[in-house]
Each structure stands twice: as C-alpha cells, then as structure tokens.
Design a binder for this molecule. Sequence first.
Ligand code: CFM
Length: 481
Amino acid sequence: MPYKLFDVNKEIPERKEHVYVKHCNDDDEDIKCNTSTIPGCMTARGCVYAGSKGVIGGAIKDVIQVVHSPVGCTTYGGGAKRYPSQPNMPDGSEFPIDNFNIKYVCGTDLKESDVVFGGTKKLKQAIIDANKEFPYATAIYCYATCTTGLIGDDMDAVAKELSEELGKDVVAFNTAGFAGPSQSKGHHIANNTIFDRLVGTKEPPKTTEYDIGLIGEYNIDGDLWVIEKYLKEMGVNVLSRFTGDSTHDEICWMHRTKLNLVRCQRSATYIAELIEEKYGTPYLKVDFFSVQYCVDNLRAIGRHFGLEEEAEKVIKKYLYPIKEELAFYKEKLTGKKVYIFSGGPKSWHLSTPIENELGMEVIAVASEFEHADGFVKMKDRVRQGATIVDDPNTLELEEMIANDKPDIILAGIKEKYLVHKLGVPSIMIHSYENGPYIGFEGFLNLAKDIYAYVNTPVWNMLEFDPNSQNEDNNIDNETIS
Ligand code: CFM
C-alpha cells in the first residue's frame, strides 16, 4: 500500500487546538493542553502511576517500592529509568544498591479474583514479605495503579496499619493510572502525599546557615551530581534532595532547609510552595541547562547567601575548560534545524540555549504534558514560524518531518527509532545518550552528542520519501549503497 501522509486537520479536527505556529501579534491565542488525549492518537504520554512512581518516588534509594498491580505495571516500574544513586546514606553508612542501580521494586501480582474480591489482603502480605526480604530498607512506598483504582482498595488504611505494625513509614500513593490526563497528575499527587505524610516528621543530624533543598532534580544520568558539586564548592550544603539520589530521611526533614531550589518546575513546584506556605522557606526557580543559565543561576544562589565571590570562582573553574570546545561545536552546528520533543519543561529550558549557544534553529517544540504556564514560556522562547505541539502523536510527527526536514530531533525513546527510520537522527533528551546534560560540562556533552548524531554518514544513505511505494518504513533501499 502506498504510504500516505496523515492529514491531521482533516482526520482529527480536535487536534487543531493542540498545535500552534508562532506568528507575530498573536500573544493571546492559547494552546489547549493538560487535557485527556484525543482517542485515536498514539500519544507518548505516561500515566498517573508513572508520574508518581517512575518520576518521584522511585528515585529514592533506600525505599522498597511495592506496586499494587497486575504484574505488567510492576515490571514497567522495575528499573526502566536512568537515575543512578550512590550507596552513601546521611549517617555515613552505605545502603546496598546493586550494580545496575535497579531499585527495590515488588508487586502484588493481581489476578482476576482479586479484582472481584478486593486486593487489600494481597497488598498487606506483599508489604510484610517485602519487609522481611529487605529489612534494611528505611521505608516502604506503595502505589495504586489503574486496576487498584477500579477495585477501590483502601491503601491508606493498609499503610497506616502496617506503619504501626512494622515500625517504619509505609506510604500509600493513590495514583491510579487513569486519575488524570498524564504523568503530570501523578507528580502532583506524589508531591501532596509526601508533604502530608512525611515532611516535618524527622530532624536532620545537623544544620548550617547554607542548607538548601534541591527540589525536582532526579539525577538523570548524573545531572544532580553536577549541580551538587557546584553548590558544594560554593559552600552551599544540600540538606535534602527531592528525589534524585535521595534517602527517605532527607525527604522527612525537608522543612529544615533555608532555601529551596526548584529545578524541574513542572513536577515539583507544588511541594516547594507547600513548604513555603507552612514553614516560610523561600524557593528559587533555577535553570542549569546551558552555560548562560548556569552562570545566571549560580550567581542568583550566590547573591541569596552572600556567596557571590565563591559563585564566580565555580563559574570560572568549570566554564573556562569547555569554552573552546563549545565554540567548535557551535561553528559546526550553526544553522542546523532541530525539534525538541520532551515531556515539557526541557522544551523551554533548551530552546534558547540551543539557538544562542549552539547556533541551531529550533523549528518545533513539543510537550507531552505541560500546563498553560509552561506553554507561555515555550512560545516566548521560540522563533517566529516555529511549531508548538501539545501531546504530540506519531502520525503528526511523521507529517512534520516530511514538511520541515529537520537535521535532528531531541526526543524520547518512543520517537527515536521511528524518526531514525525516516532518516532523521534523534538523541534522547529524556534519559540522555552520554549524559549528564546539565551544567557547563553537561551542555558540552549535549553539543557533542548532537554533533556526532548529525554528522554520522549513515543519514546520507537514507532518504525519506513519504510517497514512496516501498512498504519497508519508507526507506528506499536503492539509496542504500
Ligand atoms: Fe521534570 Fe523530568 Fe521533565 Fe518530568 Fe519526564 Fe524526565 Fe521529561 Mo522524561 S521530571 S517534567 S515527567 S524534567 S521523565 S527527568 S525527561 S518527560 S521534560
């Protein structure tokens, strides 16, 4: 069958409101977002459970994660994400983390009869068994999924009963997969649950005048360690991390920080606001993606603590060694056309740096789950004529590629191999190729990866012809020599 391009406006007219092309004088036009995916669209979104377990709770190293689900959701949650941890604990001991950094994930393996008769007994037994198996874990978090949301199991009651019985925190996250349009709702529920159940329940062994909370940094491929290193060298102490490389206890004493830095502002501003409201701790929204943002934000943190000179020293130390190499990549990448298809925030964090600091042209940005405030930033930061897409789907992506012919796409694993088949290189902006991608050296890593992918000769051997008669994913074999 000949390949036909999908005509979005014709096939699914409701999608029109989710796609926007930036023009001058059109500031008022809103893009529709944070609503349920339109049936029939092959979305790249995750579910609410994915947002709570996959993003927030699952990164904490000394916790057993009990997924209350049929086995599929548990399997998904078992090490699918690249957020490594070090074994070091706040008291100086070492937590037994395996070499692959797969955290402790168990499940209740729900069956049909549990759906009919209820799954709380199984959940209780699973938590007791998990605790026996991993007695050294500090706490146990359990997660609702679609199935348990449908049954209506009272997970809070189980968590309360077992917290008393086992003498450690058992926390229930009521994040049924369908409880919202995307993983974003899972972030929100997890923030609220952690704040209500944990924050303020423990005290840190010691405090200083320079204690901060690093909030919304999940240590993707080591990002958190880069920021932590800069802060440490400035004289700032990271007292709590939410939640990359974190421990259960750090989360419990988040109320003792003097300042909170909010790195991912989509998934974690909620808890920073709640802490400010209850404990009066201020928070700063920070951005370390790229050289310029890194300089600006380290200076802002320096100003807050009166550590301006120390901030300048750190900037000098880490900026100087990468400058020349970065200039090389900028020269090579100037004028290359790029799409940024991320979960949301990375599409607005990276658009200006990729234009200004790498010389590339960002011609489309997309977000799986951003809310209206994120889209305002996305619109502000892209050039005239750039396309902005909410909840993109594969067919639209193919259509866009046929029209724009971008040189590279920064996207996720769900887009990567699809676009490779269309002859366009793609690097993973969610979990990275050769990260970290944050900070000075991280931005250089990103530039290197973009350069390497764009210049791999294999792309010259492929040609995307949307009208090709070839059924093999539109790759014309005759062009492959
Ligand atoms: Fe925040 Fe994230 Fe992101 Fe996110 Fe994500 Fe992610 Fe992302 Mo993938 S917490 S919103 S739910 S920065 S996993 S580390 S890369 S979609 S833009």
